[in-house]
Design a protein around this ligand. Structure first.
Ligand SMILES: CC(C)(COP(=O)(O)OP(=O)(O)OC[C@H]1O[C@@H](n2cnc3c(N)ncnc32)[C@H](O)[C@@H]1OP(=O)(O)O)[C@@H](O)C(=O)NCCC(=O)NCCS
Length: 446
C-alpha cells in the first residue's frame, strides 16, 4: 500500500514537472516577441488619434484659470454690471426709441419691392423701369438710415449699429428678391404672369416670410420642416437669453476696465504697455466673439428657423478646422457666403471677370459693409474695419502659400484672436479722442 502511494506520488510529480516544462517553453517563446516595430503614441507618425482625455484636461485647466481670473476681477473691481448702463447702451432717453422707429420704417422699402415685383410680373412696367425703381429703393435703404444715425443725436452707437444691421440685411435680401424674380421671369414669362395674378395675396405673405427667415437668398419654395419642436425651441430661447447676459457681463466686467487702462499707454504711444493691454484684451474679446458666434448662428437662427419651420439649418460649417483663410470665409457665415456666391461672385465670373478680380470685388463689398456698420454708428470714419477685411486677401495668399495643416489652422486662430482686438482698440482710442477728450465727465469715467 505504502509502495503504491509512493509510485502514484512519483507519477504525479513527473506529470507536473513535464507540464511546467511545457509552460516555461511557451512563456519563453512569448517572451521572445514582446517588442514590435511601433511609434510612440504622441509621435505624429503613429496612427493614434484619441485625444479626448487631453481635451478634457484643457477644459479643466480653462475652467480653473478662468475661475481665478473671475475672482481676481471681482476682488479688484467689484461688480461692474449695472442694468441701467446696459439699457443706456440702447437708449439715451427712455421715451425716445429712434432705432426701433427706424426698423419700423423699413417696411416701406419692403412694400416698394413687393409692388414693383407685382407690376413687373403683370407686365405693367418694363424691366428697365423696374430696375430703376430697385436701384433707387436699394440706394435709399443704405443712405436713409445712415443719414438718420449721423444726424439724430438721440440714437446711441449700439442702437445705430442695430438699426443699420437690420437695413443691411434688408438690402441683401431685397437684392436677392430682385435677382431671383428676374431669373424666374426670364425662364417662364407667361407662367410667372399668371402665377403673380392668382397669388398676389400670397406674394405679400411670402415676402414677409422671406424677410424674417434666417437666409439672405430668396427662393420661390423654401424647404420646410414638418412641425415646430417645442423642446428644441425652448432650449434655443434659453441659450439666447443666457448667452446675451454672458456677453454683457464680459463687456462690463472684463473688457471695459482693460480698455480704460489702455487709453494712457495709447496716448503716450507706450508700445510695451500697449502690447500688454492688447494681449489682455484679446482673451475677453475672443470669448465674446465665440459666444456671439454660437448665440447668433446657432441659437438665434435655429430659434427663428424653428418658429418659421424653415428647413435649411446650415448656418455655419466647421470653420474651426480651417487650415486656410479661404476655408474660414467659406464656412463661418453661410448665409452671407451663399449670397456672395449667388448674387455677386458667380455673376461676375459669368461676365468674364477673373477669379482674383471677383474675389477682390466680394471682399471689397464686404469691407464696405463692415466699415458702414462700425463707422456710421460711431460717427467717425477711420477705415480700420475696411482695412481689416481687405487684409484678408494677402493673408489668405500668405497662409495658403507658406503654412499647411496645423500651422495653417493656428494662423487662422491667431488672426482671429489678435486681429480683432487691434481693431477694437483702434476704434475705442479714436472714439475717445474724437468724442470724449473734451468732455470732462466722460474723460474722467474712462
Ligand atoms: C469670395 C468668395 C465668395 C469666394 O468663394 P470660394 O468658395 O472661395 O470661391 P471658389 O472660386 O472656390 O468657387 C465657388 C463656386 O464658384 C464656382 N466657379 C468657380 N469658377 C467659376 C467660373 N469661372 N464660372 C462659374 N462658376 C465658377 C465654383 O464651381 C464653385 O461652385 P459651387 O459653390 O457650386 O461649388 C468667398 O471667399 C466669400 O464668401 N468671401 C466673403 C465672405 C464674407 O465677407 N463674409 C462676411 C462674413 S461677416
Amino acid at each position: 500500500m505504502k509502495r503504491d502511494s509512493i509510485l502514484i506520488l512519483l507519477w504525479w510529480v513527473t506529470i507536473c514537472s513535464k507540464f511546467e516544462m511545457v509552460l516555461t517553453a511557451e512563456h519563453k517563446i512569448q517572451g521572445a516577441s514582446c517588442h514590435r516595430l511601433q511609434e510612440s503614441m504622441l509621435s505624429s507618425a503613429s496612427s493614434f488619434k484619441n485625444y479626448r482625455g487631453i481635451l478634457n484636461w484643457c477644459v479643466v485647466m480653462l475652467v480653473l484659470s478662468n475661475a481665478r481670473l473671475f475672482l481676481e476681477n471681482i476682488l479688484r473691481n467689484g461688480i461692474l454690471v449695472d442694468p441701467i448702463q446696459v439699457v443706456s447702451l440702447f437708449l439715451k432717453d427712455p421715451y425716445s426709441w429712434p432705432a426701433a422707429c427706424l426698423v419700423i420704417v423699413s417696411n416701406i422699402f419692403i412694400l416698394v419691392a413687393l409692388y414693383t415685383e407685382r407690376k413687373l410680373a403683370m407686365g405693367s412696367i418694363s424691366e428697365k423701369v423696374g430696375l430703376l425703381i430697385y436701384i433707387f429703393n436699394l440706394t435709399i435703404i443704405l443712405c436713409f438710415p445712415m443719414v438718420v444715425v449721423l444726424k439724430l443725436p438721440s440714437i446711441t452707437p449700439v442702437g445705430g449699429a442695430y438699426a443699420l444691421g437690420v437695413y443691411t440685411i434688408l438690402f441683401l435680401k431685397l437684392y436677392s428678391y430682385k435677382d431671383v424674380n428676374r431669373w424666374c421671369r426670364e425662364r417662364t414669362q407667361a407662367k410667372a404672369r399668371s402665377l403673380s395674378r392668382s397669388l398676389s395675396y400670397d406674394m405679400r405673405i411670402y415676402i414677409y416670410y422671406f424677410v424674417f427667415a434666417p437666409t439672405l437668398c430668396y427662393e420661390l419654395n423654401f424647404p420646410r420642416s414638418e412641425s415646430i419642436r417645442m423642446g428644441f425651441l425652448l432650449r434655443r430661447l434659453f441659450e439666447m437669453t443666457y448667452f446675451i447676459s454672458n456677453v454683457l457681463s464680459i463687456v462690463f466686467q472684463w473688457m471695459v476696465p482693460i480698455i480704460r487702462s489702455s487709453m494712457k499707454p495709447l496716448q503716450e504711444m507706450d508700445y510695451s504697455r500697449m502690447t500688454e493691454r492688447l494681449l489682455r484684451l484679446a482673451v475677453p474679446n475672443h470669448l465674446i466673439w465665440l459666444i456671439f458666434f454660437y448665440w447668433f448662428f446657432h441659437s438665434s437662427m435655429n430659434f427663428v428657423a424653428e418658429l418659421l419651420r424653415f428647413g435649411d439649418r446650415e448656418f455655419y460649417r466647421d470653420w474651426w478646422n480651417s487650415e486656410t483663410i479661404t476655408y474660414f470665409w467659406q464656412n463661418w457665415n453661410i448665409p452671407v457666403h451663399k449670397w456672395c456666391l449667388r448674387h455677386f461672385y458667380k455673376p461676375l465670373l459669368r461676365r468674364g471677370a477673373g477669379k482674383l478680380l471677383s474675389q477682390s470685388a466680394v471682399f471689397f463689398a464686404s469691407a464696405f459693409f463692415h466699415e458702414y456698420l462700425v463707422s456710421v454708428p460711431l460717427r467717425m470714419f477711420r477705415l480700420w474695419a475696411f482695412m481689416g477685411m481687405m487684409a484678408q486677401l494677402p493673408l489668405a495668399w500668405f497662409v495658403a502659400r507658406f503654412l499647411r495643416g496645423n500651422y495653417g489652422n493656428a494662423a487662422v486662430w491667431l488672426s482671429l484672436i489678435i486681429g480683432q482686438p487691434i481693431a477694437v482698440l483702434m476704434y475705442v482710442h479714436d472714439y475717445y479722442v474724437t468724442h470724449c477728450q473734451d468732455d470732462p465727465t466722460i474723460a474722467e469715467a474712462l
